[in-house]
Design a protein around this ligand. Structure first.
Ligand SMILES: Cc1ncc(COP(=O)(O)O)c(C=O)c1O
Length: 391
């Protein structure tokens, strides 16, 4: 009997990204896209100019697979300057195609099939497929409203002698939570007790509000030799389409990450890594302005949502807000999101896509506010006139 022509069981075990599907629907219905987290404002002029210069200078061939040397040096010196982290650009770094590839290469490069991974939920939807592709077993631990904290007993109970990883995302998508030092210390104690690696996605590291600091878990004592720190140019410099990110890890873990990365993608775009050197060298004022502008967007978004009758949790970081849709009277979050994209002209993400058990997210949708004030105001106007008053 010939074999059936089909996709692999592994690929069939997860579906298309709901977030990216909402972007497709937003385009189809000419809706304002508050679903996917990409800015609609320009990237810094000097960073774009650096990319043009790199292409003109013919830096257009394969990069060193784990990253162009000057770019790795720029990353290492930024971590030293901002967080006091010592990163050896030769041993501890792998430049990847965005945080997305940094996470999947790290998980594939470090975990074995059957290893258990603790994941806080709600969670950024890629972590599900990441674990499935590695044939690892996720163990979910709840972040609970209103401040999205976890219970230490529930977290402790999720660790077993099969646990080899924990996925952390701070500042957090979708909740806006910024993990506090005490919370990171609880996680660190458990990681050390059970011999677990922390995979920490810190792509929103520069977007926090009300003066809250972002603390990389790698800086918590005892974590430097068991943490993979992932970040990217994507969000900090408004270049989500460039696909340049990195993983920082102790040498023995970095070796595993580099090997997987080499065979997955060979390398991240060479000229854009060179533009990244300029991006990482921007002065502190750049980050201060960026975070002040995001704080203004947050206030506007919270005002719009409050006026439309949504109950929300105030984000401490990142650029998302989870909003309760109970007052709208829809049967589910998916129905609400479809109504909004088709009839209101505003795309959002159904809350269920951030949970392992969809029922847990049925009463919420996620708005992203990484848009120009004018875009947010237009979305607000549409919601005011087309969503109807709260019942
Ligand atoms: C938590 C988180 N990690 C990773 C990504 C994707 O990052 P990149 O574009 O660098 O692959 C996103 C994008 O929304 C995100 O929210």
């Amino acid at each position: 009997m010939p074999q059936e022509i089909r996709a692999s069981a592994r690929a069939s075990s997860f579906t298309e990204s709901v977030i990216r599907e909402m972007t497709r629907l937003a385009m189809e219905h000419d809706a304002i896209n508050l679903a996917q987290g990409f800015p609609d404002f320009p990237a810094p002029a000097e960073v774009k100019e650096a990319a043009r210069r790199a292409i003109a200078a013919d830096l257009n061939q394969y990069p060193i697979t784990w990253g162009e040397q000057e770019f790795r040096e720029a990353i290492a010196s930024k971590y030293e300057r901002v967080y006091g982290m010592h990163v050896d650009p030769e041993r501890n770094l792998c430049v990847t195609c965005g945080s997305t590839e940094a996470m999947i290469s790290s998980i594939l490069g470090i975990l074995d099939p059957g290893d258990e991974v603790v994941i806080f939920e709600p969670y950024y939807e890629n972590y599900g497929p990441d674990t499935i592709l590695a044939a690892a077993v996720p163990r979910f631990v709840s972040l609970r409203r209103p401040d999205w904290t976890f219970e230490e007993t529930e977290l402790s109970a999720a660790f077993t002698d099969r646990t080899r990883g924990i996925v952390l995302n701070t500042p957090n998508n979708p909740t806006g939570k910024v993990f506090a030092r005490e919370e990171l210390e609880v996680i660190a104690r458990l990681c050390q007790r059970w011999g677990v690696v922390a995979f920490t996605d810190e792509i929103y590291e520069h977007i926090t509000y009300d003066g809250l600091p972002h603390i990389p878990i790698a800086t918590i004592p005892g974590m430097e030799d068991r943490t993979v720190t992932v970040s990217a140019l994507s969000k900090t410099y408004a270049v989500t389409g460039w696909r340049v990110g990195w993983a920082i890890a102790p040498a023995e873990l970095a070796d595993g990450i580099r090997t997987v990365h080499d065979f997955l993608t060979v390398g991240a775009p060479t000229p854009l890594q060179h533009a990244g050197i300029v991006a990482l060298g921007l002065p502190d004022a750049y980050y201060e302005t960026m975070s002040r502008e995001y704080a203004e967007r947050r206030e506007l978004m919270l005002g719009i949502l409050g006026e439309a009758g949504f109950e929300v949790s105030r984000p401490q970081g990142a650029y998302y807000v989870m909003a309760d849709i109970s007052h709208l009277g829809f049967a589910s979050d998916v129905e609400a999101a479809l109504h909004m994209v088709e009839h209101v002209g505003v795309a959002v993400v159904p809350g269920s896509s951030f949970y392992s058990q969809p029922e847990l997210g049925r009463h919420v949708v996620r708005f992203s506010f990484c848009k120009r004030m004018e875009t947010l105001r237009r979305a607000g106007e549409r919601m005011r006139t087309r969503l109807g008053p709260p019942s």
